[in-house]
Design a protein. Sequence first.
Lengths: 448, 436
Amino acid sequence: MEQAPRDPERQLQPAPLEPLGCPDAGLGAAVGKEAAGAGEEDSGVDTMTHNNFWLKKIEISVSEAEKRTGRNAMNMQETYTAYLIETRSVEHTDGQSVLTDSLWRRYSEFELLRNYLLVYYPHIVVPPLPEKRAEFVWHKLSADNMDPDFVERRRIGLENFLLRIASHPILCRDKIFYLFLTQEGNWKETVNETGFQLKADSRLKALNATFRVKNPDKRFTDLKHYSDELQSVISHLLRVRARVADRLYGVYKVHGNYGRVEWSAIEKEMGDGLQSAGHHMDVYASSIDDILEDEEHYADQLKEYLFYAEALRAVCRKHELMQYDLEMAAQDLASKKQQCEELATGTVRTFSLKGMTTKLFGQETPEQREARIKVLEEQINEGEQQLKSKNLEGREFVKNAWADIERFKEQKNRDLKEALISYAVMQISMCKKGIQVWTNAKECFSKM
Amino acid sequence: MAGGPKALPSTGPHSLRDMPHPLAGSSSEEAVGGDSTPSPDLLMARSFGDKDLILPNGGTPAGTSSPASSSSLLNRLQLDDDIDGETRDLFVIVDDPKKHVCTMETYITYRITTKSTRVEFDLPEYSVRRRYQDFDWLRSKLEESQPTHLIPPLPEKFVVKGVVDRFSEEFVETRRKALDKFLKRITDHPVLSFNEHFNVFLTAKDLNAYKKQGIALLTRMGESVKHVTGGYKLRTRPLEFAAIGDYLDTFALKLGTIDRIAQRIIKEEIEYLVELREYGPVYSTWSALEGELAEPLEGVSACIGNCSTALEELTDDMTEDFLPVLREYILYSDSMKSVLKKRDQVQAEYEAKLEAVALRKEDRPKVPADVEKCQDRMECFNADLKADMERWQNNKRQDFRQLLMGMADKNIQYYEKCLMAWESIIPLLQEKQEAK
């Protein structure tokens, strides 16, 4: 488990507080070690909380969703959903949990938290939020954000988001995250005070810009390529799955029409058999609702990784950005050195405006030349220092980012395997139900 | 009596010529349709002497008859007419479709194999080839010569829906099954199976030559009904026949609904299949991107592929086996309704003539022969029809039981195939893979 990187940018953030204590995700012990390390660096550590960490586990849940009305920034009435976040600490000894914190947050606050994390942990694959608007819906599902099913699935998604952060060895220690769970009022102001917003804007711009990097780390290039492909394939999968669900719904529901045909009036012998078989067809038709509801859970699991792919891509882009920065700085330094050399030796190898004007308007005085050389030498010094630190920064980033990427890969493989298994289990259950219904119907027919 | 259907307790076999026909003459003991004991001399079998077959137009020898037109006789025979190997003496199979390409046309023939111990057949076994139009010919001949009976339907002549390939394996097989059913239904019918045209159809080497001869082998009933004038209007259909008519109407309606529902289901299933066929391969595409997940994803892709194939088999079966039988029964009900109408005509004529006689005072003491003929005709018709209706109801129940159980089976099999596919990949998904 790596140390928190000494990213110069991190100096802007509030000193990391003592570790929160992470939900037991198999990382408890490892985090403990990390916590010890962090505890040593920090000042003003609350020793009680620090000591308590070793004994406590934290449980986080987003337990409720509530519709609220309020006034937005433009003083217009709006309706939104608020989510109740409850934090419990669990005593190791007896396993009892005690509610320690409880507050309400809305989706936009979750977004704010995530954006903050993106800025301050650029080398981390930051867990994604559940989708803002319902996408990949098939006809029965509502695309309405206020729809209770959507709200419910979002509640689960938000809880999952918080659990992901809490189980991340680095992110779980973040103070802003801790405050998100514990400080209802004023939290937004606290976040904004970190000044992350400004950095966010510039970063976002940079991430979206196109630029060419000469020597990127091949691993990151490949990874970016992978994340693009992953996004594309999961999107495709979700789209088709939605269509499949739609069609399957149709197949099941149409079977219900059989039950509506009245036979007992005209058929003396066949009537009973046909009527009771019709009843089984009704059961069959109504079974699809639950089946597809379960399948939505699978779709949500896929969606999480669709969005995770975006987070992965962001890390790769960040590397590219740093590398580009580095290359530009190196280039700039090289050209300055060259200029200096030319001035010193008097040879002009490269075209420069100064050179042209010199030619046109006459040589400059030796004093002027000396001054310029001095300025350049200063700049060169500065540049060399900057280049050194950028190099260091870059290498640190690559090391730490790659470590988190490896962690992420393991997590992804585990999670997706689980998702596929549960999907297969769902299919098996559906097949068994189908066999049951048709066997029942067959029996009714046999008695005709 | 070897080879023949169970003879009634009788005083011994009589030749046809000795037997008085119930409709011939005015013999009172041969009352038909009543509870009177039928003449024990009426036998199911009749001998096909060569000369007997070729009938001059219009002439009907006294001996030839539509046997067993007595309803109680028929009832008794029906009780014995169980479909089991013991009592059956006529077996017909339709198989081996073959395509014939000629200069003028291309068509399919089917092999008809007949095995019988009946006296009416010279050889124990026959094998002939027939095409659809031969079946069509047979059916019209049967309708013509046995108008008081319900003739089974043929599969549709023309395929209207979509662009169906008349020579595709599926179409030919579906048709073959229907033609086989058609002949089997005739075979099972105590009266129709003895029809002359049917015999020729099963046995003649050159059916076309026989067709050309334009033999009007009409049974007495056939002849009789043929001459019924259609101008009379029936005042009221007797309750029992009205009930049959109503039943057939409602039955056909409901069957039509079931047919539409089944078609809709198949349509939805096919659309579902289209999506599945796109869905499965996406997992394969994903698999190519992954390391540890490659095998699990590929496994899911293959699984969905298997389910798709199973679904295709289900929809094919429903289209080929389920729908055609439903349609057959709708056609059956339609043709039965026409027979009912014919019966109405016969009754109408009788009632009209009876009324006319009642108005003419002179002939009061004795009922004129032609009115009596009408009455007999009507009563015969009623008897035949009722008997056939009962047989039809019974067979219908068996047919539907079999059809619906078959449909349920196909669905069960589909789910079983899918279940197997998904269960088999669970271990693959759970496998702990070595780090690649």
